[in-house]
Design a protein around this ligand. Structure first.
Ligand SMILES: Cc1cc2nc3c(=O)[nH]c(=O)nc-3n(C[C@H](O)[C@H](O)[C@H](O)COP(=O)(O)OP(=O)(O)OC[C@H]3O[C@@H](n4cnc5c(N)ncnc54)[C@H](O)[C@@H]3O)c2cc1C
Ligand code: FES
Length: 511
């Protein structure tokens, strides 16, 4: 990888460290408005992980490229909406390849890596596919070369010790036949055949709409962290971190460590719930140590409990945010609002393959097998539980597919312990009902199609609202607004059709 690359963003030359993503280069060049929405609002990255499609730009003449999933290359010509040639050109599919293996793992996060390691160690021909160019998932993204935690160092070392084939930058979007999946890669569509499939598709942040949440520089907490990890300088920037979950603390600690000025952390959970959570942390020595390290990192930063953002302000980009705690409301000036309300599992691929889900999670057996035989699911797609649980589940599935069920059984007690902790975690950060009142009637709910909350709630179901308003029908396919609607209106939004991700037309019609 080169130390530095120079590319052009809207005609201006920008130099980035090698391996940076285009989204970071655009923001570094001072541009916050990447695209215009269907009603001409300025928009910029929200999720940082390939889910929201708000970071689309034109790259070397090809429109609609997700800049947070595209690595900067020397000489690249990047155009945001202001300067897009708007050719509407679709990418060219150059080759169609086929890969055969014993085990295909979708997702190169901790769960997928652990599963692949155990499968390969057991002698299985193993392929790992991830739509991101880098492996490591949300927590270890961009750390393969320079891991920062002892877990990441140990796991990347283990991965290097076995024979695993990686297919990076490949989005699995469809099943072509029994035990065959299709993945779109920059070179073309690849057909992946398997005997066993392990789904490790992880989770995403839950976003809730409130006035101003569509402004550029209002991002997810993990979203901002992802963009910083892939090249955006954050030193000296003023941040408000808000929403819910331990991720807020992890992100604040990370960004503060890079010199960001974290003005405050607003956590919606009540002090009583957080106190109970603190007690349960003390019973887990590893987690207690992590919490103490974070506390030290965040010394002097205000952590406001029972507090949440009620509005983001600015014309073309964020300038300040209004917060509420009890009956008090006030406004804070900042450069970024990083806001996510805990996490929701990514179920779409599992559902497409017919795997049963319950309470928003993929249902699995003791060996992590789904309701469809030979398809396993591991990590946060089976429920939000943190790094340790993801790794253990991955190992169990990897051992199971390589015929080592007795070894897998030895991990069951450890998994149960982590599952008990996961229950407490999810109870603590369960969202309070007051957050349902954050959205105003004219607040945009569906960011892809600019559909307001008022228009959606006039219907009695998600399906009716989709048919009549186009909400949930844009490129994110309801991944952002669907999770919000489940919380706000209690509607079930779980229904998927192929392709599970937007792909080029050529990828769909190729034979
Ligand atoms: C945005 C975000 C940031 C986070 N940051 C932290 C943190 O700083 N510290 C912390 O302790 N925990 C963090 N977490 C939680 C952490 O990710 C989990 O605890 C755990 O590590 C999840 O591991 P996983 O392997 O299940 O999923 P992930 O790490 O999410 O990996 C899933 C992978 O699957 C890939 N994928 C999904 N669908 C497809 C498809 N159709 N085709 C191809 N690839 C696909 C994704 O690109 C991704 O790389 C974060 C979570 C999120 C959502
Ligand atoms: S920021 Fe790139 S898809 Fe969400």
């Amino acid at each position: 990888m080169p130390d530095a690359v120079t590319l052009s963003v809207d005609g201006v030359s920008v130099t980035m460290p090698g391996g940076s993503m285009v989204s970071a280069a655009v923001l570094k060049s001072g541009i916050t408005s990447f695209r215009r929405s269907v009603t001409n609002e300025a928009r910029g990255p929200l999720c940082g992980m390939g889910i929201c499609f708000e970071c689309r730009v034109t790259i070397d003449g090809e429109d609609h490229r997700r800049s947070c999933q595209t690595v900067c290359q020397s000489g690249m010509d990047v155009r945001t909406v202001k300067n897009s040639s708007n050719t509407g050109r679709l990418g060219t599919i150059r080759v169609k390849s086929r890969q055969e293996s014993d085990v295909v793992v979708v997702g190169a996060g901790p769960a997928g890596l652990a599963a692949a390691y155990r499968a390969a160690q057991g002698g299985m021909r193993t392929i790992v596919v991830d739509e991101n160019p880098n492996s490591g998932g949300q927590i270890w993204r961009s750390e393969e070369q320079k891991p920062t935690s002892k877990e990441a160092i140990a796991w990347f070392e283990k991965i290097r010790s076995v024979n695993i084939q990686f297919l990076a930058g490949a989005s699995v979007f469809q099943q072509s036949d029994g035990r065959k999946l299709l993945a779109e890669t920059p070179e073309g569509v690849c057909e992946l055949s398997y005997s066993d499939l392990i789904l490790a598709t992880g989770a995403r942040e839950r976003f809730l709409p409130f006035p101003g949440w569509t402004l550029p520089n209002v991002m997810g907490a993990g979203g901002l962290q992802a963009i910083v990890k892939t090249g955006l300088p954050i030193e000296g920037k003023k941040l408000v971190i808000a929403g819910s979950g331990p991720l807020l603390l992890a992100v604040s600690g990370y960004l503060r460590g890079l010199g960001a000025d974290v003005l405050l952390i607003a956590e919606q959970a009540s002090p009583a719930r957080l106190a109970r959570f603190g007690v349960s942390l003390l019973k887990q020595s590893g987690k207690a140590a992590q919490a103490l390290a974070l506390k030290r990192q965040l010394k002097g930063v205000r952590y406001l409990m029972g507090c949440w953002p009620i509005a983001a302000h600015g014309d073309e980009e964020l300038t300040s945010v209004s917060l509420q705690q009890g009956t008090r409301t006030w406004q804070v000036s900042c450069d970024y609002l990083a806001c996510g309300f805990h996490l929701v599992p990514n179920l779409e691929l599992a559902q497409l393959l017919g795997c049963k889900t319950r309470n928003g999670c993929v249902q699995v057996s003791e060996f992590q097998e789904t309701s469809v035989s030979n398809i396993f699911s591991v990590g946060e797609s089976t429920g939000i539980g943190g790094l340790e649980l993801s790794l253990i589940e991955g190992e169990i599935a990897g051992l199971a597919v390589s015929g080592n069920r007795n070894e897998a059984r030895k991990l069951f007690t450890l998994r149960e312990k982590q599952q008990r902790f996961a229950k407490i975690l999810n109870r603590t950060f369960d969202l309070r009902d007051e957050l349902k009142t954050l959205v105003a009637s004219n607040t945009i709910l569906c960011r892809c199609e600019d559909v307001t909350f008022d228009r959606v709630r006039a219907f009695h179901s998600w399906r009716a609202a989709k048919l009549q308003t186009r909400c949930g029908m844009g490129p994110c396919q309801g991944r952002i607004c669907g999770s919000a609607v489940e919380f706000l209106l209690g509607w079930q939004t779980e229904s998927v059709r192929p392709p599970v991700l937007p792909v080029r037309l050529e990828s769909l019609v190729m034979k």
